[in-house]
Design a protein around this ligand. Structure first.
Ligand SMILES: Cc1cc2nc3c(=O)[nH]c(=O)nc-3n(C[C@H](O)[C@H](O)[C@H](O)COP(=O)(O)OP(=O)(O)OC[C@H]3O[C@@H](n4cnc5c(N)ncnc54)[C@H](O)[C@@H]3O)c2cc1C
Length: 486
């Protein structure tokens, strides 16, 4: 292709309407490709979406999704579709012990100035009542080790590393298990150390904004509502309720012909110059038999087999009154980990209305297979009982309705050696590229990893079309002393 005009006529089919597929599709549409985004479900968002829950007749997110300041690519995607300002950032994290005692983590100011990285979080950590003096010393020692680069062995697991760095019980339970393991949604025994170090540096050390926590002020699917229009106005389209079952390359034109199954129109075919497959690892495995067989495809199957998924649960509660003034909180020493006050965050009471008729609280329980195995009744009963230990107002409040959402395949784990099982954007087939949070981005299973993979796949499509484009948004610059340590 030699001219801009020729380029704009090239077509891409993106398979999968999650964050990875949407980011790839929008980047490619902006670069002038005619993009068709194909999604099996009736809505976009994949593992980060909202829908009307039939049990409570409310629109809910499948789970609260948070981003952090260091998530430059997912924010880049939001900026591209014009919704970045709908994400509200806060730099404070309140930790609560059973009984109600509070500590606050986050950046500190010295008069009008924020302390330079990595010291910005230190005063609040040192003042936190949730940690004993020995816990604080242990954490300072561990952070120092991360700074010195003593957390780079991808074959070491986090539990062993914590032992090696003499972490106290309090530091392990209230920081490493709660904050780090739940950010990575896995148990510490199964986390490869560099992934934990990456979270520490990104959220607590490299820059002041890196650890700011962002929450959408609108339900997730509303956030992506503009994707269809974005693509349409650039000659593309979103095709919902349609599953891609397989495909092959036309020998004459080198175009891809994908076989589809649509709930509305039955089976059919889709043709395009390029394909981006943006599926989770299980989805990619299912698609493999429908794609042309070759040796590299077998190797890819071998990589996929090494992945394991982890569950995440959320309990959604509507009370007749406010039970806390906090927007969000980290709950210590119990099964329920994170509290999100959706009436404060999204301004929603009952039936999505901004009303004082009902107060909507969401609790998130990460990486606990035991909680995921509970029945709905047992899970809601346990969540309520534990919540009352942090907020006595729960005992007086009337529960209007409740929902439990179990996502058994929420995220993939990052055990030692996992990087060898994460393929890049280049696939075993010419003209077909891979995206999805599980491909090699260096990030754990997050929307940021998904957006990065989408941007990398879009760059690979452009390269295949003879164009050099850069969609990957750079990391935040290291600040303060961290500029000297990379
Ligand atoms: C409960 C929960 C809580 C989470 N919390 C956070 C959080 O706080 N912060 C964070 O950053 N991340 C969080 N994550 C992780 C995050 O949601 C994922 O990492 C990210 O959304 C993955 O995006 P993806 O596009 O790679 O995959 P997916 O979202 O899985 O998208 C793949 C899409 O492909 C579609 N599809 C599958 N097969 C086909 C087919 N054959 N044809 C067409 N379409 C198909 C699927 O329906 C799906 O929409 C959470 C995940 C869950 C489940």
């Amino acid at each position: 292709m030699s001219t801009e005009e020729d380029q704009s006529q090239r077509t891409v089919t993106v398979v999968g309407g999650g964050v990875a597929g949407m980011s790839a599709a929008c980047a490619l549409a902006e670069a002038g490709f005619a993009v068709r985004l194909v999604e099996r479900r009736g809505y976009l968002g994949g593992r980060a979406s909202s829908y009307r829950h039939p049990g409570v007749d409310e629109v809910i997110d499948n789970c609260q999704h948070v981003v952090f300041g260091c998530c430059t690519n997912v924010m880049g995607f939001y900026q591209r579709i014009g919704v970045a300002e709908k994400v509200h950032f806060t730099s404070e994290m309140t930790m609560i012990e059973p009984g109600g005692r509070r500590s606050t983590l986050g950046s500190s100011r010295l008069g009008p100035f924020t302390l330079p990285a990595p010291l910005h979080g230190l005063p609040r950590l040192m003042a936190a009542k949730a940690f004993t003096w020995a816990d604080k010393m242990a954490l300072a020692r561990a952070f120092g080790a991360v700074m010195r680069g003593d957390a780079r062995d991808e074959n070491e697991n986090l539990a062993d590393w914590l032992k090696r760095h003499k972490q106290t019980k309090g530091a392990v339970e209230r920081f490493w298990r709660l904050v780090i393991a739940s950010a990575l949604n896995a148990e510490i025994e199964t986390i490869s150390v560099p992934y934990a170090a990456m979270v520490i540096r990104g959220l607590f050390m490299d820059s002041v904004f890196g650890g700011a926590m962002g929450m959408s002020r609108v339900p997730l699917s509303e956030l992506y509502g503009g994707v269809a229009e974005f693509l349409k106005s650039r000659g593309g389209e979103v095709v919902l309720n349609t599953s891609i079952e397989g495909g092959e390359q036309d020998e004459e034109t080198s175009q891809w012909i994908l076989r589809t199954r649509s709930s509305a129109a039955g089976a059919g075919e889709m043709r395009s110059d390029f394909v981006v497959v943006a599926l989770p690892f299980e989805g990619m495995m299912k698609l493999l038999p429908g794609l042309p067989a070759n040796e590299d495809a077998e190797a890819l199957a071998g990589q996929i087999e090494r992945h394991e998924h982890w569950p995440l649960c959320s309990v959604h509660l509507w009370f007749d009154r406010e039970i806390t003034e906090l927007d969000h909180a980290v709950l210590l020493d119990r099964e329920i980990h994170w509290l999100y006050n959706q009436t404060k965050i999204q301004g929603r009471g009952l039936q999505g209305r901004a009303t004082d008729e009902g107060h909507y609280i969401e609790l998130v329980i990460s990486a606990t297979r035991a909680f995921a195995a509970l029945t709905r009744e047992a899970a809601i009963e346990q969540a309520l009982r534990e919540l009352a230990e942090f907020f006595p107002a729960v005992k007086e409040a009337k529960l209007i309705k409740a929902a439990l959402v179990k996502e058994m395949r929420a995220t993939f784990g990052v055990p030692p050696g996992i990087d060898a099982a994460r393929p890049g954007a280049i696939s075993p087939w010419p003209g077909l590229f891979l995206a999805g949070d599980w491909v090699r981005t260096g990030w754990p299973s997050t929307m940021e990893s998904a957006a990065r993979s989408g941007h990398l796949a879009a760059e690979a499509v452009c390269a295949a079309a003879g164009r050099k484009e850069r969609f990957l948004v750079a990391d935040l610059k290291a600040q303060g002393l961290m500029r000297l340590i990379r």
